[in-house]
Design a protein around this ligand. Structure first.
Ligand code: MG
Length: 416
């Protein structure tokens, strides 16, 4: 059996109001197909257009088994390469090819990667709230269902929602998500102090700065967070200022994570070699799928850097499955971000307001075991399937993105 690519479908669906892009690669073998995630939620039509107009004609008739050859073919075909649009498009095909290869072999993808090195994948969930009380209440609810790692944020990433400039902003400032970095840092230090007093030392804590302070502020903030013994502190500087991590490392022992915005090895190679952070947080579809992520994971392993792949709500269950399969086969897994995709009526859904629509459209998802760990199913490939008719009932929309319009008190547009 040597199947070739016969057809490529781009399925856009938004079961929970978040645009998801799933690629279905159909082969010359009847019934043999694979699914991949090409989700770039804020530019979904551009990714769809690229796959349909440029990648499909390039790939039709080619042998599905040559994943590395096809990845390189897609990567360099337009001469100018890398970036979120093209990488997400490539990822959709790449994951689908791994899914197909697993089905051909009769093995889950983690077996193709060398087999399981662990039984379950330790995950963290997001705890948010308006104040210390609400956040501690939510921490306790998560602990009751076995979570050992929690990311705690007060009011999202420390700013208000999108709207008119607040009274404390400079006169004439434009609408945005307003952030006062002094207040954010002060409130966050208070929050973690209180969490440790109320919840003890056993729970492992994560916090995401989301690049929302200046590198100069990051130097002192990372140091000030030391007493709360974080598992890691994420994105303390924007990727344009990664060099500042050298200085931050000199003054603080707080573990750091970085990487959801990385596009290509040129951006992260030196960071790994110099161990500028402890956890690599790449978004699998953003770097081009399982093929480059596996290379990156093995590269990190050689330098003692662990992985914690990005696992937010704005990626499809196919990508969540890809994360879990890689995690199961990775010696240097640190932790996995998990967005709480669980069977209907599972208690935790109520905390995040996640309803069952995602599970109407997708089946075969990895599942949370009520014990702090996520488990993959043992089906061949990635194990996830899609109901195309149900997917069509949840159309995507193209709207102007507002949450990225983060602003400082003087009205300056801050990195989101
Ligand atoms: Mg993040």
């Amino acid at each position: 059996m040597n199947p070739t690519i016969q057809n490529i479908k781009v399925i856009c669906t938004a079961p929970e109001g978040i645009n998801l892009v799933v690629v279905k690669v159909e082969t010359s073998e009847p019934g043999l197909y694979g699914l991949g995630c090409a989700t770039f939620a804020y530019r979904h039509l551009t990714v769809k257009h690229l796959i349909e107009t440029y990648l499909t004609p390039l790939l039709l008739g080619r042998e599905v088994r040559n994943i590395t050859e096809l990845w390189n073919l897609m990567h360099q075909n337009a001469y100018w390469r890398t970036g979120p649009i093209v990488n997400n498009a490539i990822s959709g095909i790449d994951m689908a090819l791994w899914d197909i290869k697993g089905k051909m072999a009769g093995m889950p993808v983690y077996d193709l990667l060398g087999g399981k090195v662990r039984a379950g994948v330790p995950v963290y969930r997001h705890v948010d709230g308006r104040d210390v009380e609400e956040i501690c209440d939510n921490i306790e609810k998560f602990r009751e269902i076995g979570l050992r790692y929690l990311r705690c944020q007060m009011g999202g990433y420390g700013g208000d929602g999108y709207g008119e400039a607040p009274s404390w902003a400079a006169k004439g400032s434009l609408p945005g998500v307003y952030l006062d970095s002094d207040a954010y840092m002060r409130n966050t230090l208070h929050l973690f102090e209180q969490i440790r007093i109320r919840e003890g030392e056993e729970i492992k804590l994560v916090h995401d700065v989301h690049e929302r302070i200046h590198p100069t502020e990051a130097v002192t903030f990372v140091k000030d967070m030391e007493p709360y013994h974080l598992f890691f502190l994420e994105d303390v500087v924007p990727m344009e200022h990664l060099d500042w991590l050298e200085r931050i490392r000199q003054v603080s022992s707080t573990p750091l994570s970085q990487g959801e915005l990385f596009n290509n090895p040129a951006e992260y190679k030196r960071c790994v070699q110099n161990r500028l952070f402890d956890y690599m947080r790449v978004h699998l579809s953003q770097v081009g799928g399982i093929t480059p992520a596996r290379k990156l994971q093995l590269f990190c392993q050689e330098y003692g850097v662990r992985t914690c792949w990005h696992g937010p709500g704005d990626m499809s269950p196919v990508a969540h499955a890809a994360n879990i399969h890689l995690d199961l086969a990775s010696e240097n897994l640190g932790l996995q971000e998990w967005s709480g995709i669980e069977p209907p009526n599972f208690v935790i859904q109520k905390l995040n307001g996640i309803h069952g629509a995602l599970l109407e459209v997708f089946s075969g998802l990895p599942e949370y075991g009520n014990d702090g760990f996520v488990y993959a199913n043992d089906k061949p490939g990635l194990g996830v399937d899609i109901d195309e008719k149900k997917a069509a009932a949840y159309p995507c929309t193209a709207e102007v993105t507002t949450w990225t319009q983060t602003r400082n008190p003087d009205g300056f547009l801050q990195r989101p």
